[in-house]
Design a protein around this ligand. Sequence first.
Ligand code: HEM
Ligand code: HEM
Length: 179
Amino acid sequence: MEQAEIKTYTKPQIGLHNLMALLIIGLYLFGLALESFDKSVRPDYINIHKLGGLAIIALLAIRFVSRLITPPPAMPATMGPLFVKLAHLGHYALYLLMAVVPLSGVFMSLYAGRGLNLYFMQVASPLVENKPLAHTLHEVHEVGANLLAALVVGHVLFALYHQFVLKDNLLYRLSPRGK
Ligand code: HEM
Ligand code: HEM
């Protein structure tokens, strides 16, 4: 009964959050594993990683529009104004890195002169090759991905702290059984 009074995100927002969370965690671990694959199969796996990353960019654009149309529900009343501000700041930082990491991946690849294999057609890089810039973007991609991973760990710890210590049932706001 009590759960019905908790404000939740909408079903599409919940679906997007959970789908993107799974995809990003998968892409991060897959990205780390890329180095260990044999040279003969590595380009194929890198291509799969790139396609997954492009899906994140598309989903992020949809999420951005959906957030403009339906703003997130107000934070639980138990949270003081400072913590509400900090939570918003953390969420904006997550959004920023969710854009910077895949976009740096795209431009790193394009400036390295590598296109994309869509399986039914090959897309060549439209940019003039620039190895030093590709190298810098690789650094941004790697450092950005690690920062995103650290932020996600903090984000999950905060969510669990809310759920099990403050007991305000924060996770229900993102549960598929929500609104
Ligand atoms: C790659 C993994 C993840 C990313 C990038 C991510 C990102 C985000 C972002 C950006 C928001 C803010 C939504 C908004 O108000 O616009 C959010 C909210 C939330 N996330 Fe995640 N998340 C991830 C994983 C998780 C996991 C695994 C959990 C569960 C333990 C979780 C629990 C929550 C909760 C409870 C909220 C709602 C907070 C509130 O109502 O203010 N997230 N997440
Ligand atoms: C949220 C999405 C993404 C995450 C979390 C992610 C994460 C990672 C991680 C952790 C690595 C290993 C570290 C490194 O060597 O750089 C990596 C490598 C790589 N990523 Fe991503 N990535 C994402 C999206 C993309 C996209 C969209 C592209 C390109 C279209 C891309 C292209 C690459 C390439 C080419 C490598 C291998 C670099 C090399 O060692 O040669 N990534 N990614």
